[in-house]
Ligand binder design. Structure first.
Ligand SMILES: [Zn+2]
Length: 190
């Protein structure tokens, strides 16, 4: 009986590791404010994209191969960064729950020239999403997923330079955002 139990456990472990790139699948929990029903439809697609990408072998491979710049990587190696992200332990929550927690609030900038697609602040888990971009037809669920991933890495403790620079794309937030776009496209999402 004991032997059977051990074999069963082993079988479970093997099948689990084949199903997921990480030890434990990460899920997504989203709270929204000022999202219309149409906004929520796009968000539902984006969540599906993000969840699939985050748990894919392709995401892990792309992240491990990415050349992050040293200034923004908190002294972490690529596998450290990957493992940390997969814990879902946001700085303000601290709990390893394997959940990407989102508190999204739709806003519209008063500045008509604003190019900000989303932003957050260190003292809150809230992420503000700019409706001007979000509601564009050309702004696909993949774009939403990449933007969510970028903002969420800030919640996980990563930063980048404020202004555009040669190295900013190689910060963790911009890097992960571009990896999400690339892998989503690889997996057939539009
Ligand atoms: Zn950012």
């Amino acid at each position: 009986m004991k032997k059977l139990f051990t074999m069963y456990t082993l079988f479970l472990l093997v099948s689990f590791s084949q199903a997921n790139a990480a030890d434990k699948e990460i899920t997504i929990d989203v709270k929204t404010t000022r999202f219309t029903s149409k906004d929520k439809v796009k968000l539902t697609h984006a969540i599906e994209v993000l969840k699939t990408v985050m748990n894919s072998e392709e995401f892990k491979t792309a992240l491990l191969e990415f050349k992050f710049n040293e200034q923004d990587d908190q002294g972490m190696t690529n596998i450290d960064i990957y493992n940390h992200l997969m814990t879902g332990a946001e700085v303000l929550n601290g709990e390893v729950n394997h959940v990407m927690d989102f508190d999204l609030k739709m806003y519209r900038s008063k500045n008509p020239w604003s190019k900000v697609k989303g932003y957050t602040k260190p003292d809150t888990n809230r992420i503000w999403i700019h409706s001007k971009f979000y509601r564009r037809k050309s702004w696909t669920p993949v774009d939403v997923a990449a933007n969510m991933a970028h903002e969420w890495t800030h919640k996980m403790g990563f930063g980048h330079e404020y202004y555009h620079s040669d190295i900013r794309p190689f910060s963790v937030p911009y890097g992960v955002g571009s990896i999400v776009t690339k892998v989503a496209n690889q997996l057939g999402f539009k």
